[in-house]
Write a protein that binds this ligand. Sequence first.
Ligand code: NAD
Length: 332
Amino acid sequence: MSEENNSNNDGLLIVSEDACKSVIDRASAFTAVENVFASMSRGDAYNFPVIREAIGYADALYGFKSGFDRAGKSLGLKSGGYWPGNEAKGLTNHQSTIFLFNPDNGKLRALVGGNYLTAVRTAAASAVSIAHLARKDSKVIGMIGAGHQSTFQLRAALEQRDFDKVVAWNNNKDRLKNLQAVAEEAGVAFESVEREELCKQADVIITITSAFEPLLMKEWIKPGTHIACMGTDTVGKQEVDAELLASATVFTDEIAQSISLGEAQHAIKSGAIKESDITTLGAAINGDHPGRSSDDEITLFDGTGVGLQDLAVASAAARLALEKGEAQQISL
Ligand code: NAD
C-alpha cells in the first residue's frame, strides 16, 4: 500500500476473498510478483524464516510466511495452512489470511483473504519465469499436474507466448478435463499424453503436483525447453530428476528455500549442483543476469513460493479495494 493511502486513512481494512477476485486480475498479480522478485534480488526485500507445524489437531499443517519489502512498503505475514478434511465440508483444504502492517508505525493496516491470492501469485511466478526465460518461439506448453493450482498456472502461462497447443499429464486422468476446458477457452489445441511424449512436444513445461518422486527424466527433456517446477515446496517433495538440474541453468525465487525445501534440495544433496549454480529470477528481471543465453539452453525455474509474493499481491489488493470502495474499514 502506498504512503498516501496510509496517511489518508489509518483504520483497518478488511478485504474479502470476493473483493480480491474483483480487484486483482492476472496482469496485476504478474506485475506485483515481478516487482517483488526484482526487489528481493536487489536486497530491498527479504523473507523472514518460515514457520510450519503439524498442530496435532484435524490433521492440519499450520504456519506463517512473512517478510518486508522496503521498496514496495509491504510488511506483514500470511498465516494459514492445510486442513485435509475441509473438502468434505465444502471448504478449500488450503486456507490462508494475509495481515499487512504499516511499516511506518507498526499498526495493523489490512486483513486480506489469502486463498485466491495464493493461487494467482503462484500462477504469476511461473508466468514471470516464462516471460523472462522461455524461448520467444515457444508454441507448445506441457502441464504435469491437474489439481487446484493447475488451471491458474495454465491461464497465466498462455498469456506469455503465442502458444498453439497444450499437452498434459496427470496421475488421475479424469482431472485433465479442467485443463482441457482452459485450453478450449483460450482457443488452443489440447492433448492428453504420457510424460515422455509431453517432453518431446513441449517447449515450456510447468510441474504442479504433490509428488515425492521424479516425474520427468533428464534424458526426456529436449534442448531449449523452459521448465517451471512449482509443486515442490516442502522437504521430501520432488517433481524432476535431480540430474536434470545439472544440465539446466537454474533460477529460483529465493535461493535459501530452493536448496532446503524446493526442487533443488535433491540436486544439492546429491552434489549434482552447488548453491552457487542457482540464480535468482530477480537477477534476470533486473538485467544483472542475462537469463537465457541460447536457443539450446534448458532453463529451469524452481518456484518455492515466498511470503513476499503474498504481501505484494495483498498490498495491491488492499490499495485497489480501498480506491474502488470494495474494502470494509473499521477501527481497532
Ligand atoms: P491439489 O491437491 O489440488 O493437486 C495435486 C496434484 O498433484 C493433482 O494433480 C494430483 O493428481 C497430483 N499428484 C498427487 N500426488 C502425486 C504423485 N505422487 N505423483 C504425481 N502426481 C501427483 O494441489 P494444488 O493446490 O494444485 O497444489 C499442487 C502442488 O503445488 C502442491 O504440492 C502444493 O503444495 C504446491 N504449491 C506450491 C506453491 C508455490 O508457491 N510453489 C503454491 C501453492 C501450491
